[in-house]
Design a protein around this ligand. Structure first.
Ligand code: SAM
Ligand code: SF4
Length: 333
């Protein structure tokens, strides 16, 4: 396959070198901020096969993408997901293969993920209180997730990051406890501002907490030192002195990170979304299925898509309707 590094430059001069691929819309949790309780999932034939996922990743990598995040839904509920991790882990152009998981199945997969070349794992954790954890996830078992975190450490992952969505009146009283947990386990933690994606059953405007407020809360307890670390994502990091923990803030509202956007997202249906907060997309599945043995049309479509990558998102909590109606579990976080 010909290699054309750095071919993916959008109309605003930004280079795309990072893809997030959702390999399933299914999930064993039903987090209140992410999906409805009675969500219906896609029929199998409308979801990319793992082979199609691999073709897409290979096409992007041949165009200069070097970082790949496998997400979902819950990626580890996809049968044979490990085959895909292994395929991607072997690609010469992939500098970083990473994944985001809710941790529920991690105790069974951590070793295999490590062996396939996954460099970093993000594990979502919104509460350390089992009952509250169940309320937020609607069904989740906190103990399983904690066992998953332990398994990831035992498998030798050095770069583990917890992802927390803080919501006022729901889990914001755990900000310090979650950071202490991260410090005690020598892992990083990022606070993600809740985004108005999909329709949820709590009131986002009143539950929203700005990361500016969260940072101020933490600075009262820790002499945080601003870190220059960049993981190629939108998080800004602060080091907790004398620990192995950095605290990240992903702040789509209080800090618009679009000017440095380097990524695109592919849903499990093969929709290539050029921006998390906009609807601009192209459909890759028909191209894949029309050309089962030729990836050139796929590559050309990806190159063309750069022309429609929007300048930025348009999140506004006060708007009556969500910015985009699809769910994070569909687009891939
Ligand atoms: N199931 C996996 C998990 O939960 O880590 C991966 C997919 S999930 C969609 C990826 C990330 O998106 C999670 O950290 C989750 O907390 C976050 N997320 C989901 N809906 C969100 C929303 N409306 N606003 C902000 N973050 C959200
Ligand atoms: Fe599932 Fe992750 Fe969405 Fe929670 S945030 S419902 S774990 S996809």
């Amino acid at each position: 396959m010909p290699t054309k590094p750095n071919t993916l430059i959008d109309a605003h001069g930004r280079q795309v070198d990072y893809i997030r691929l959702s390999i399933t819309d299914r999930c064993d949790f039903r987090c209140t901020y992410c999906m409805g309780e009675d969500v219906s999932f896609l029929p199998k034939d409308e979801v990319l096969s793992l082979e199609e996922c691999a073709r897409i990743v290979k096409a992007f990598v041949s165009l200069g993408v070097s970082k790949v995040r496998i997400t979902g839904g819950e990626p580890l509920v996809r049968k044979n997901a490990n085959w895909l991790f292994e395929e991607i882990g072997q690609l010469a152009g992939v500098r970083e293969l990473v994944t985001t998981t809710n941790g529920s199945q991690l105790e069974h997969h951590a070793q295999a993920l490590k062996a396939s070349g996954v460099k970093r794992i993000n594990i979502s954790l919104d509460s350390l209180n089992a009952e509250r954890f169940k309320n937020i996830t609607r069904v989740g078992d906190l103990d399983k997730v904690l066992r998953g975190i332990t398994a990831a450490k035992q498998a030798g992952f050095e770069n583990i990051k917890l992802n927390t969505v803080l919501m006022r009146g729901i889990n914001d009283d755990e900000t310090l406890d979650l950071v202490s947990f991260a410090i005690n386990h020598a892992v990083d933690i990022s606070f993600i501002e809740e985004m108005p994606i999909g329709v949820v059953d709590h009131h986002r405007e009143s539950s929203f907490i700005s990361n500016i407020e969260t940072l101020a809360t933490l600075q009262k307890h820790y002499p945080l030192v601003s870190s220059t670390l960049s993981t190629g994502g939108p998080a800004r990091y602060w080091q907790v002195p004398d620990t192995n923990t950095k605290i990240g803030f992903i702040s789509p509202h209080s800090h618009n990170f679009c000017e440095a956007c380097n990524r695109v997202r592919i849903t499990c249906k093969g929709e290539l979304y050029l921006c998390l907060g906009q609807d601009d997309k192209i459909e890759l599945m028909p191209i894949l299925r029309a050309h089962p043995n030729d990836d050139e049309p796929l590559r050309q479509a990806i190159i063309e898509s750069m022309k429609i990558k929007p300048k930025g998102h348009d999140f506004d909590l006060k708007r009556a309707k969500p910015a985009v109606v699809r769910f994070m579990s569909h687009t891939g976080g």
